[in-house]
Unconditional design. Structure first.
Length: 444
């Protein structure tokens, strides 16, 4: 029986036949019986990458296969959530090498999106730490691949939005930590130019991200708060924390019970929130020791926070442009402020060197923007697309729900190579999604 599903942006919403599997034999049967399909994890990508008429949910395929606590090597099935992984590895003195802003994604989704975090400029994306993985192809064959074995399949699977096959097993390296705390610093910047200078000055920190007030105009355009951090060493803890340096704290979760009405996120409301958030920090610089969850996952304690954007949902628009083309950031922020496009959340990150077949990160500045769905939004984002491409940038497929094929082609020089590899392992395009159909990524 079909049901209505959507990903985290609640746009688009589709009618899908969703099936689950617990054992690899069940997956084999599903693939054999289905004309076409796409794998789907926890639905925390924002657009339509894991939406189709037929969806295979991996959430019940979530077992830990091995954990080498001495060398920090973790092996698991693809449906396990980062949250479940953290529950096991942190008490043992290990952490995820790369994590996005939520711990409620699957490991398979982490590979398919080749996730990045606050540390990309220092430590790269998730695929750098994957030792090997198994892919279940549309042919019914299970193939192991890595950077050395079946390299073309590996490189097109990392960031490939699930189009090469169903990721079933992943083995990856972890990061050693001495405590579950983060030594965090925050800096307040008066405008975008000052914010970028602060980011450059503090690039010695492993983790860095910045919040931006998108609606401020004039000399304070792009004002924001830079947040940097390091895993706290045991020697940096106070005596109480030293008693249990890897302890898990209890977090109190709240939930949005219903979708907020559309008027709740007007320009006035967003401007008021931005003003409060910016001046909540009453000093130009503050430093504190915090538990890792509020540092990495500040919104995860607000369950169903996507409902704050209303029944129509929202689009998260994320792009990256080269460092030498930073003027594109100013132009986009000016365009948002001039048009009073209510952007509730804007996050700036720095990316390091990484050129791969289809993965999103490349050296430069990355900006993520949350826009509640409203009349005229799609046309406005088309305008931003042209600015991004003009400055040599590209958009993130995991966040995309409306990009046009020519924009994708302009931003990804390895696109044709990716299509060739997908068609090699997915002949006839049995594995496809709304995203791949819209962007002509597979040959049916």
């Amino acid at each position: 029986m079909k049901k209505r599903i959507s990903n985290w942006g609640n746009f688009p919403v589709v009618s899908a036949n969703e099936k689950s599997f617990v054992f690899i034999e069940q997956l084999h049967d599903l693939v054999s019986e289905s004309r076409d399909f796409i794998a789907r994890g926890n639905g925390r990508c924002y657009g339509d990458a894991s939406l189709a008429e037929s969806v295979f949910s991996t959430l019940k395929f979530d077992k830990i296969l091995s954990f080498n606590k001495l060398e920090g090597i973790f092996e698991c099935q693809s449906g396990i959530l980062l949250d479940q992984v953290l529950e096991v590895i942190v008490p043992a003195g290990w952490f995820l090498p790369v994590t996005p802003g939520t711990k409620f994604i699957t490991i398979g989704g982490a590979v398919a999106s080749d996730i990045h975090g606050k540390n990309h400029y220092a430590e790269g994306s998730f695929s750098r730490y994957v030792m090997d993985l198994d892919i279940f192809l549309a042919s019914g064959e299970s193939v192991t691949c890595s950077s050395e074995i079946n390299n073309d399949l590996f490189e097109s699977t990392c960031g490939g939005m699930g189009l090469t096959g169903v990721i079933t097993r992943v083995k990856f390296k972890l990061k050693k930590i001495e405590s579950s705390y983060i030594r965090k610093k925050q800096f307040r910047a008066e405008n975008l130019e000052e914010l970028i200078l602060l980011m450059d000055k503090n690039c010695g920190y492993t983790y860095a991200t910045a919040w931006i007030d998108c609606l401020k105009k004039g000399p304070h355009s792009g004002r924001g708060i830079l947040i940097v951090g390091e895993h706290a060493l045991f020697s940096e803890l106070d005596e109480k924390r030293k008693e249990n340096p890897l302890r898990k704290q209890q977090s109190r979760k709240v939930s949005f019970p219903v979708n907020l009405p559309s008027w709740a996120l007007t320009v006035f409301v967003v401007k008021t929130f931005n003003l409060f958030y910016y001046f909540r920090q009453n000093k130009s610089e503050v430093e504190e020791l915090v538990w890792y969850e509020p540092f990495f996952y500040p919104l995860d304690d607000i369950l169903h926070w996507n409902r704050a954007y209303g029944k129509k949902g929202f689009i998260q628009y994320q792009f990256v442009i080269p460092f030498e083309k930073k003027q594109g950031l100013f132009e986009i922020l000016n365009r948002i402020a001039e048009r009073d496009m209510a952007c509730f959340l804007a996050v700036l990150k720095i990316f390091g060197k990484q050129e791969s077949i289809i993965s999103f990160p490349r050296e430069g500045y990355s900006l993520s923007l949350d826009f509640p769905f409203r009349s005229g939004l799609l046309e406005f984002l088309d305008e931003l697309d042209r600015i991004v491409i003009h400055y040599g940038g590209r958009l993130y497929l995991t966040k995309d729900a409306r990009m046009k094929p020519d924009i994708l082609q302009s931003g990804y020089p390895g696109l044709e190579r990716f299509r060739q590899i997908v068609n090699k392992y997915n002949p006839g395009g049995r594995i496809h999604s709304m995203l791949s159909d819209r962007l002509n990524l597979v040959t049916n």
